[in-house]
Ligand binder design. Structure first.
Ligand code: WT7
Length: 653
């Protein structure tokens, strides 16, 4: 991946912000950006305290802005607030009560608009439902739902009670649900009878049933089921209850529970170097501030905007930039349930035209798919409402950037390429659209308050254009607060490479102008269509199949997905390689983790390349998977003949 992105360093095109945009933007010039950056660098606590005062409503003021005992940060110590109050009640108290909070479109085509007042009522009622189900502050609730307004309702209802939500992306399988429910110790699971995807039904409830089968998840006391598709599902007496039946039994008001600023708002599982996904914990005060402030600055969000982020709420992008950030700002956020190419490849452009979307935030992998589907789809639609475009999830190749700029933005709309992570909670490196000259392929400069740097393998700062590892030197409000139930892993993963400094796990270069060029993960994480998957997770899924003795998984550059999964597999004595077995193993991984983890290719081998100490040499496998010459040193290889054998696919031998 790194090699392929390096070519972007030759990118010399610059796109200064259009004068019309800058003229009314929140930050109008690089001078203003620099001044803000310096202010935040010189007095971070003063800077963030001002933002927290300006953007959030507190029930009780903080006594101390920051308590930083690396790797533990506490922001707005002693302060108390409620996230649902910040996203709802304070808007309901103004004229915004009748403003659209969520404009939702289901895949089959129905449209629902919830005003702030309507959303607030639903949230209060569902909070009462959760309370009736025995949930109280500090409990965990898992949400495994389609992209429907009720998902946002359930999140905000949890927040109203101080219940920590943990959303499991609807594409994950039963065993992934089971692991997350158990790790979080969830008391209740909220799901639906299904969700629509490309005209078919995703059987969410069936997966929950499989996950909870027998006594697999002893912490779960109840399952609340939303009727979305009308699909018949099994309801287990004493455990499963319909959402709509419960909603009829409760009040439409629910007093919010004021929580400590550091109270865990949610846990979101993400892949890392070891086999088990880690539960990234986010706080209430700091997280909400980070998402509210970046929504406003990066998207130049204003009162009259209709804003659309196409992510699934099951990922951090949806948490921060469909729900918390936009709603904290009192904005109108669009939510769409289904696929971009259903019923036709112009669904997104149709949505933009019909709802007059002004700000559109999507992923490079989607843009590459649009390019492939052809210009005629966007050209069929009036996209003149758009004023700002954004991307997130992986580096964007300059060709895709230029297409996005020309065909979607008609060379009028700035593009914000936003670098951040599940762990950072909010955008960290990004242009400010009224100020920053855009550079296709670079997320440009860190936001004010973000002290980003490039270090070498010893943690020493790297000069100029050399490339190294991305670190963030100072704590920031929306930073990860911990790995649920595993403080050691938290410290080891993020704060041990350079003690006391956040290690992002990305390779990066900084050019002479100060622009950051993200080159992709340096750990055992593969980025498939902007989704993060651990190689170890997929390997454990593979070896759980009786035919597999050993497996090694790597990413291969892919024009559409960014990276594609390639699995090298050696078999147990009584199994023989065959295309059918390859298919079986691909399906096995999909069943174990979810379709997004299904390997693109399974290659059988009699042995994996290992060092003399037994470590699999993934770098070599990456070269083989990408069909390129092996880079660097192979002298530590235990058996050099393995390489030649690996290069040939089993059926070519
Ligand atoms: C990884 C984090 C947070 C949004 C969704 C992904 C890669 C993210 C960019 C970007 C280059 C990017 C990084 C990062 N990434 N945005 N604009 N340019 N790379 O969240 O699943 O936690 O993945 O996504 O490699 O470490 P995530």
């Amino acid at each position: 991946m790194a090699e392929d992105i390096t070519s972007t360093l030759k990118e010399e095109r610059r796109f200064p912000p259009p004068a019309e945009f800058s003229g009314r933007a929140r930050v109008r010039s690089m001078e203003e950006y620099e001044a803000l950056y310096r202010r935040a660098e010189e007095d971070p606590e003063g800077f963030w305290a001002e933002r927290a005062q300006e953007l959030l409503t507190w029930d009780q003021p903080w006594e101390q802005v920051l308590d930083w005992q690396p790797p533990r940060a506490r922001w707005f110590v002693g302060g108390r607030l409620n996230a649902s109050v910040n996203c709802l009640d304070r808007h309901v108290a103004t004229w915004r009560r009748n403003k659209a909070a969520i404009i939702w479109e289901g895949e089959p085509g129905e449209v629902r608009t919830l005003t702030y007042l309507q959303l607030w009522r639903e949230v209060c009622r569902f909070a009462n439902v959760l309370r009736k189900a025995g949930c109280e502050a500090g409990d965990r609730v898992v949400l495994y739902m389609p992209m429907v307004p009720e998902l946002a309702v359930a999140m905000l209802a949890c927040a109203r009670l101080g219940v920590t939500h943990s959303i499991v992306f609807g594409g994950f399988s039963a065993s992934a649900i089971r692991d997350r429910v158990n790790d979080a110790g969830a008391k209740v699971v909220v799901t639906a009878d299904g969700g629509w995807r490309r005209g078919g039904i995703v059987p969410l409830k069936d997966s929950v049933d499989a996950a909870l089968e027998g006594d697999a998840c002893p912490s779960v006391e109840g399952v609340i089921v939303l009727r979305r598709t009308g699909q018949k599902v099994a309801m287990e007496p004493g455990r499963d209850i319909w959402w709509h039946e419960l909603m009829e039994t409760v009040d439409a008001t629910c007093p919010p529970v004021s929580v400590d600023s550091e109270h865990p708002l949610f846990i979101l599982y993400t892949s890392g170097t070891t086999g088990k996904p880690k539960g990234v914990v986010h706080s209430t005060g700091g997280y909400l501030l980070g998402t509210a402030w970046t929504s406003r600055m990066v998207f130049d969000l204003r009162e009259e905007d209709t804003y659309w982020c196409t992510a699934d709420i099951g990922w951090i992008t949806g948490h921060s930039y469909i729900v918390y950030g936009p709603l904290a700002n009192g904005a109108t956020t669009v939510m769409y349930e289904g696929a971009p190419n259903w019923p036709e490849p112009d669904r997104f452009w149709d949505i933009i035209e019909r709802h007059r979307v002004n700000i559109f935030y999507t992923a490079p992998t989607a843009i590459r798919a649009f390019i492939r589907w052809g210009d005629r789809w966007p050209l069929k639609h009036d996209l003149s409402s758009l004023r700002l475009l954004g991307t997130v999830g992986e580096p964007i190749n300059p060709e895709a950037w230029i297409w996005y700029h020309r065909v979607i933005g008609k060379a009028r709309c700035p593009i914000v390429d936003t670098w951040w992570q599940t762990e950072t909670g909010a955008i960290m490196i990004s242009p400010l659209p009224g100020a920053t000259p855009l550079v296709p392929g670079s997320a440009t400069r860190p936001l004010p308050g973000v002290i980003a740097d490039v270090v070498d393998g010893d943690g020493q700062p790297v000069d100029g254009d050399q490339g190294g590892y991305l670190v963030i030197r100072k704590p920031w409000p929306s930073m990860i607060r911990g790995v649920w139930g595993d403080p050691e892993r938290f410290e080891k993963t993020y704060f041990s490479q350079v003690p006391g400094t956040y290690f992002a796990g990305d390779g990066v270069r900084q050019d002479a102008e100060g622009n950051f060029w993200i080159m992709g993960r340096i750990d055992d994480v593969i980025n498939v269509s902007g989704h993060r998957l651990g190689t170890m997770e997929i390997e454990s899924a593979l070896v759980s199949h009786p035919a597999v003795a050993e497996a090694a998984v790597v990413g291969r550059p892919d024009d559409l997905k960014g990276q594609a999964i390639v699995a090298f597999v050696s078999l147990t004595g009584d199994s023989d390689p065959s295309p059918a077995l390859g298919e079986t193993l691909r399906a096995h991984v999909a069943a174990e983790i979810g379709a997004l983890a299904r390997p693109e290719e399974v290659r059988f081998t009699d042995a994996l390349p290992k060092t003399r100490s037994g470590k699999i040499m993934r770098r070599l496998l990456q070269d083989i998977a990408a069909n390129r010459d092996t880079r660097g040193d192979t002298t530590t290889l235990e058996d050099a003949t393995v390489l030649d054998r690996l290069r040939k696919k089993w059926d070519e031998r």
